[in-house]
Unconditional design. Structure first.
Length: 259
């Protein structure tokens, strides 16, 4: 038995199919139960709220809301996912959005982009739906030296920096490439800008080298007391000049800008 197996949460041991809507419900319960992890999500959502505050008036939409509790903080957000669940307003695919042209003010994605099978079609849909000056803000895995080490050797999802943009299969969570955000916005940034000149890159900010790991994430027990959250956050602030090398996540913010 490995150390990961020993540290695994009882709830996580019940998961048999990662792609099942039941798994999203279990993940949501884990987030609510683990104080350290929930505080981290609240910090992530604070970035979403800041984006919403500066966006033009229109719909606000979260893509991939299965285990999210963003609606508790942004009641007007339209929650979406591939499957019907109690907290989902609209069942949809990211490559066929049901919103009218120029109707959406903000799209929120939390660890979703690297699961989308056809990113090119997805970004075409985002561009179509966004109001001029509308925003898409995403928090995704990041390919730093530290992040790559963790994702390649201690995470179940694929991490392939040489891959193409498209993913194979139809699994909601099992089909993924955690390196995809880096591929699109760093390795192939010129290609993205050529394909989507209207989606201007506003921010690419690596962050969070420690908090997610110490929270235990969605699989293992919390590794330190919840009372140490602000201390660890302060350490991360001190380390922030090194986030290019240490960050496990990155905030990606795009703005639609029609000349």
């Amino acid at each position: 038995m490995s150390l990961i197996d020993i540290l695994k949460l009882p709830e996580a041991k019940l998961i048999q199919d990662l792609d099942s809507p039941d798994t999203a419900a279990i993940h949501k319960k884990i987030i609510q139960k683990k104080v350290f992890l929930k505080k981290l999500y609240l910090d992530f959502y604070s970035e979403f709220k800041q984006a919403l505050a500066k966006a033009p008036k229109g719909l606000s939409v979260e893509i991939g809301s299965g285990s999210s509790f963003l609606k508790e903080l942004v009641p007007e957000v339209i929650t979406t996912d591939l499957f019907a669940m109690p907290n989902i307003d609209i069942v949809l695919s990211g490559t066929a959005l049901p919103f009218k042209d120029n109707s959406v003010s903000v799209f929120f994605l939390q660890n979703v982009l690297h699961h989308i099978q056809d990113p090119i079609t997805f970004f075409h849909e985002i561009k179509r739906c966004l109001i001029n000056k509308g925003i898409i803000i995403m928090i995704e895995p990041y390919n730093s030296l530290w992040g790559r080490f963790i994702y390649k050797y201690f995470h179940h999802e694929s991490f392939d920096v040489k891959a193409k943009w498209e993913l194979n299969g139809q699994g909601r969570l099992t089909d993924a490439n955690s390196a995809l955000p880096w591929i699109i916005f760093f390795r192939d940034r010129a290609t993205f800008e050529k394909l989507f000149p209207e989606l201007r890159i506003q921010r690419l900010v690596p962050h969070t080298p420690l908090r997610y790991l110490l929270s235990g994430g969605l699989s293992i027990i919390q590794l330190i007391p919840s009372s140490m959250y602000n201390i660890v956050k302060g350490v991360e602030t001190i380390l922030s000049p090194l986030n290019k090398y240490l960050g496990m996540f990155i905030t990606i913010e795009l703005e639609k800008n029609m000349l």
